[in-house]
Ligand binder design. Structure first.
Ligand code: HEM
Length: 393
């Protein structure tokens, strides 16, 4: 056992020293999550990478720790998606979804993302201070995912409320059931509307997608829309927030990027590595005993893979706590690895490139308005990012 204080607000505010100790002392370690679930936490890069690609770890059995307690009418439309399935079902779903979610569709969004970013920055130019999370980072990914899927952007207040409850570590089971039921009801109506009046958007394309006579069922469609809306905004918000936090606490890197914006793509990879927006990958269940780093996880046990920890492992990344724009071979795990590798990675990278390009150009003198230690980071094992980022513009 480790004496490290896990899953307290102090931990969420700066989990890196705790993960460093775990990698040293207890790299594969049973812990109790804030919601009471017992899980084995894996923290070294090599073990995390092996676990992410391990077919003996099932996503289906681990399907949504919270979802398990829901009524079937709500559970099924939430758990028939890519991240709750193993091959062969996962293979089939991923093939169908990839036919609609193409590189061409992502690339076509570029001018829209630029327009949305410019519109968010315009009012900030009139201000001396801002909260970068609330005033910029939250809006860009939500507007982009709404645009991509064909979801009315004015509905964002509702589904932001539901999704933040669903990924929270602090809301009760009843709160999660209520938010889940409301979200499913909303998605069913939306899909029914798209069926009768399809448009040039991803949701209409998913409804129409056929693969050798195969197609997505109603539950699979609802689940996929749910996953894309959730994954499409809860994560990228924190890539923008965490990246700006990193720059505002690393003045040399900040200056280099302002002077040479061509370095921004490399910086984005380093932001992803240093402050992974997804703290631990979604949980998995061992279908048989599995051994990582000499420790055996018993059959039936759940496994949490800490991407945040893996990407700071000194055995894989020399000087892991320093921000290096020219870090060679930056194969971080922030987008996962193996068959569940993030489907939205090209979109996330596009949004990040535009966001950092625009923010650095518009506000070259931006600074944090509070000492970094005073920032509060989001509680919960899934998402890693500051709740607010007060800045002087
Ligand atoms: C910075 C932003 C993002 C990060 C850090 C991120 C991270 C991840 C990670 C770590 C996984 C694997 C989870 C696991 O194995 O348990 C994943 C899967 C996934 N992500 Fe992302 N993601 C981001 C943005 C997006 C966006 C914008 C979308 C969609 C528009 C998206 C859609 C998905 C989907 C559909 C999967 C499941 C793939 C599968 O199971 O085959 N993600 N993401």
């Amino acid at each position: 056992m480790t004496s490290q204080p896990l899953f307290t607000q102090e931990f969420w505010n700066n989990p890196h020293p705790v993960y460093a100790a775990l990698r040293q002392e207890a790299p594969v370690h049973p812990v109790t999550l804030p919601n009471g679930i017992e899980i084995w936490l894996v923290t070294r890069y090599t073990d995390c990478k092996a676990a992410l690609a391990d077919p003996r770890l099932s996503k289906r059995q681990g399907a949504g720790d919270n979802a398990r307690k829901l009524d079937a009418a709500v559970r099924n439309p939430l758990t028939r998606h890519l991240l709750a399935n193993d091959p062969p079902d996962h293979t089939r779903l991923r093939r169908l979804v990839s036919k609609a979610f193409t590189t061409r569709r992502v690339e076509a969004l570029r001018p829209r993302v630029q327009g949305l970013s410019a519109a968010l920055i315009a009012p900030l130019r009139e201000q001396d201070t801002a909260n970068l999370v609330e005033d910029y980072a939250v809006h860009l990914p939500i507007q982009v995912i709404c645009e991509l899927l064909g979801v009315p952007v004015q509905d964002q207040t509702d589904f932001r409320r539901w999704t933040s409850v669903m990924v929270s570590a602090t809301v009760s089971g009843a709160g999660i059931a209520e938010a889940s039921a409301a979200f499913v009801g909303y998605l069913l109506q939306l899909i029914a509307r798209k069926r009768t009046s399809p448009a040039d958007d991803l949701l209409s394309a998913l409804i129409a997608t056929r693969d050798e006579g195969d197609r997505l069922s109603e539950d699979e469609l609802t689940s996929m829309a749910f996953l894309l809306l959730l994954a499409g905004h809860e994560t990228t918000v924190n890539l923008i927030g965490n990246g700006m936090y990193t720059l505002l606490t690393q003045p040399d890197a900040h200056r280099r990027l302002r002077e040479d914006p061509a370095l921004i793509p490399a910086a984005v990879e380093e932001f992803l590595r240093m402050e992974s927006p997804v703290e631990t990958a979604t949980s998995r269940t061992a279908t048989e005993p599995v051994t990582y780093g000499g420790v055996t996880v018993p059959a039936g046990a759940m496994v949490a893979i800490s991407l945040l920890s893996a990407d700071r492992d000194p055995d894989r990344f020399p000087s892991p706590d320093s921000f290096e724009l020219d870090r060679p071979d930056n194969q971080h795990l922030a987008f996962g690895y193996g068959i569940h590798y993030c489907l939205g990675a090209p979109l996330a990278r596009l949004e990040a490139l535009i966001a950092f390009t625009d923010l650095l150009a518009a506000f070259p003198k931006m600074r944090l308005a509070v000492p970094p230690e005073e920032l509060t980071w989001r509680p919960g094992t899934l998402i890693h990012g500051p709740t607010a980022l007060p800045v002087l513009l």
